[in-house]
Design a binder for this molecule. Structure first.
Ligand code: DC
Length: 228
């Protein structure tokens, strides 16, 4: 008698990984909306731990305090009355603070600590609920959901990513220089790609899409076409 193939009743997952500024967040949100699936912004979890650490004056070099902080941080994704996504950290609306460059840099630093990544693993997997999940991050296809039905890896040139971020910040009235942003993006890429645990890299079975020069709609359609 041969073994029957393993049946899995877990809801389907579409993973969208890539470096900062590759368009992951925007594309993932649109795709989740079109599919009527849940959406996980895993970067927001790392950012939330980062700002929770700064609220509690925890030094970014104190790994054991950061691990305790990861377990103690309560993160809640909600929508406001207008349907806009909000992130509540320890009961405080931290949506705007989460998007700052400082929060991104803190997230990137703590994301290099293996115990922090391990502490967030189950929390991320818990977002896998019917009818399906679109998971956006760095290691969604490689570590968190290696059995995902479809894996996408988005890229874009560092210059275009810096320009997108510059526009986003200028629209919000934040003044930053383009060369400064480009330097930060390259530094963050290097840190995320070179860390020992779950470095940023495409899963072997990921479909790569270079979004340089492509509109959001075009990329969303390309990702949805993979689901056919
Ligand atoms: O996607 P983002 O810019 O919000 O992520 C912030 C940082 O968190 C990023 O520099 C690396 C880290 N991160 C990670 O290591 N693994 C993830 N799945 C998501 C984010």
């Amino acid at each position: 008698m041969t073994d029957a193939p393993l049946q899995t009743s877990l809801p389907p997952v579409l993973t969208i990984d890539g470096p900062s500024g590759s368009g992951k967040g925007t594309i993932s949100r649109h795709v989740a909306q079109r599919l009527g699936w849940h959406y996980l912004d895993s970067g927001a979890l790392y950012r939330a731990v980062g700002i929770s650490a700064s609220w509690n004056d925890i030094d970014l070099s104190d790994a054991s305090a950061l691990v305790r902080c990861t377990f103690d941080t309560v993160i809640d994704f909600r929508e406001d009355d207008g349907g806009e996504p909000r992130v509540i950290v320890n009961g405080v609306d931290a949506t705007d603070e989460l998007r700052t460059e400082t929060a991104g840099a803190a997230a990137s630093a703590i994301a290099a600590i293996p115990e922090v990544r391990a502490a967030l693993k189950d929390a991320q997997r818990a977002y896998r609920r019917p009818p399906g999940l679109v998971a956006d991050g760095r290691d969604m296809g490689t570590v968190i959901f290696p059995d995902a039905a479809i894996k996408v890896f988005l890229t874009a040139s560092a210059e275009e990513r810096a320009e997108r971020r510059h526009k986003q910040l200028s629209d919000k009235g934040v003044s930053v220089t383009l060369p400064g942003l480009l330097r930060e993006i390259l530094a963050r890429d290097a840190r995320d790609a070179n860390r020992a645990v779950a470095p940023l890299r495409p899963a072997d079975d990921a479909v790569r899409i270079d979004t340089t020069g492509l509109s959001i709609e075009t990329v969303v359609e390309r990702v949805l076409a993979l689901m056919q």
